[in-house]
Design a protein. Structure first.
Length: 164
């Protein structure tokens, strides 16, 4: 009887771990778009509204090294996500989401929100380039729920002087 109880407890623990195991498959050790920001340091605030298959604004420009506090609001009637990464990473993550549509996230570069809820992400853009934020709930990205971030390399004052 003790073995049966132990086996049942072990099975329940494994069942509880399955969603987090799915999450572990896409966990990041480093982030292509930069790194989690420090909420205690100054940052520029950008508000992003999510609604059915739309982000406002859909294009954002920042400078490399800039820290942004994203205030994300779901003004729609469905759950939506804001996940900041490269296009390739979001496409790959989107495939995982199709297999696990209720996947929970705890990544610092994303937030999933119920209708009429708000969230916040503080992000430091350490790399220049083109990145995106998209909703990876199945079909949302396919219907156009994508935004773009252009991170411009800063030209320091010494480089500016040498060009004169």
């Amino acid at each position: 009887m003790k073995k049966i109880a132990t086996t049942c407890v072990a099975a329940m623990c494994l069942a509880d771990a399955a969603p987090s195991a799915a999450h572990e498959q896409h966990s990041h050790e480093s982030y292509s778009a930069g790194e989690p920001g420090d909420p205690s340091k100054p940052s520029r605030t950008i508000e992003v509204e999510m609604s059915e298959m739309d982000f406002k604004p859909s294009r954002i420009e920042v400078k490399r090294g800039e820290q942004i506090r994203f205030i994300v609001r779901n003004v729609g009637t469905e759950d939506h996500e804001f996940l900041l990464a490269t296009k390739e990473e979001n496409l790959k993550h989107g495939e995982l989401m199709k297999k696990n549509p209720k996947m929970e996230h705890d990544d610092p570069n994303g937030v999933r929100l119920a209708p009429k809820k708000s969230g916040e992400i503080v992000w430091k853009f350490t790399k220049a380039g083109e990145f995106e934020y998209s909703c990876l709930i199945p079909d949302h990205r396919d219907y156009g729920m994508i935004g773009h971030v252009t991170v411009k390399a800063q030209v320091d004052s010494e480089q500016k002087r040498s060009k004169r």
